[in-house]
Ligand binder design. Structure first.
Ligand code: PAF
Length: 283
């Protein structure tokens, strides 16, 4: 049986208030739907870490800076509910839009610093949209823990900082990226890749793994990044937006992996923007 689908905040509140009254902890997995194994791994982590699990599905218009991307975003609510059946989640919250952005809504949550780099300049307004909706989802679900994938690593750090700065009493838990057998990071946007696009896309991870080995052995980042840019274009990527090595904690740029780092690459293939990152242990 599918979990109850709640569309009104009052119904959600009635449940969460009752759960907390009974001493149950609440875990939330915020999503925009089109669920894949990556999301389901977050659900599994939430089931293991909390007594009650809510999956939220809301395609948040405020975080899309491209109207075409918003219009094309897959919306698959009934398939998503079916996919959640084996996990026994307690509720699926699919808020009516006016529960998130009621008429006259005029508050935006901005996280400084962490959003000035990488995804920030390429997607103006994106992180404000994410921080605003996630702040609302944290407050609406009254979650004790919230689960986010490391695939969107910058998002994970932004959300964690937002919760800390606003004193929202939720622990933000990061979970490892789930990959296809080809190494391609799972993403709802992969649905838009052709067979050829999928092949090209998978080459990015192979290249990142090779870079990771060299970085972990102490190689300087800049020459590796230059070579990687050429290799990606030769492999069929049409545009490389950024290749960055950054401190895993603060996201400051690093010349080499002298401390725990993440390697980030964002590039376009087959008309789809593909983001990915991997951990690099300190050399
Ligand atoms: O990662 C996502 O799917 C979205 O950015 C999130 C966290 C659900 C907010 O809309």
């Amino acid at each position: 049986m599918t979990a109850p689908i709640l569309r009104r905040l009052a119904d959600l509140r009635a449940l969460t208030t009752e759960w907390h009254r009974n001493g149950d902890t609440i875990g939330v997995v915020p999503t925009m739907g089109a669920l894949h194994q990556g999301h389901l791994s977050l659900v599994q982590a939430a089931k293991a870490g909390t007594d009650r699990v809510i999956v939220t599905i809301f395609v948040n218009p405020k975080q899309f800076n491209n109207p075409e991307d918003l219009a094309n975003y897959p919306r698959t609510e009934s398939e998503d509910a079916q996919k959640l059946v084996p996990y026994g989640v307690d509720a699926i919250y699919v808020p009516d839009p006016d529960e998130i952005y009621p008429a006259g809504f005029s508050t935006t949550v901005t996280v400084g610093g962490l959003t000035d780099m990488m995804e920030g300049p390429f997607r103006p307004g994106h992180f404000e949209g994410v921080a605003t909706v996630v702040a609302k989802l944290f407050l609406q679900t009254q979650a004790d823990k919230a689960y986010f994938g490391e695939k969107d690593y910058q998002q994970l750090l932004v959300v964690r900082r937002m919760a800390r700065d606003l004193d929202i009493p939720v622990e933000v838990v990061g979970c490892p990226t789930v990959r296809e057998p080809s190494g391609l990071a799972m993403s709802s946007r992969n649905l838009r890749l052709s067979a050829n696009g999928l092949e090209i896309a998978a080459r990015k991870n192979t290249l990142m793994q090779a870079m990771a080995k060299e970085l972990a052995a102490g190689a300087p980042f800049e020459p590796l990044a230059e070579q990687a840019r050429d290799d990606l274009l030769a492999a069929g990527f049409t545009e490389v937006e950024y290749i960055d090595l950054r401190c895993a904690e603060t996201l400051e740029p690093l010349p080499n992996a002298s401390r725990p780092a993440r390697l980030f690459i964002t590039a376009w293939a087959d008309g789809v923007r593909l983001i990915d990152n991997i951990p690099i242990p300190a050399a």
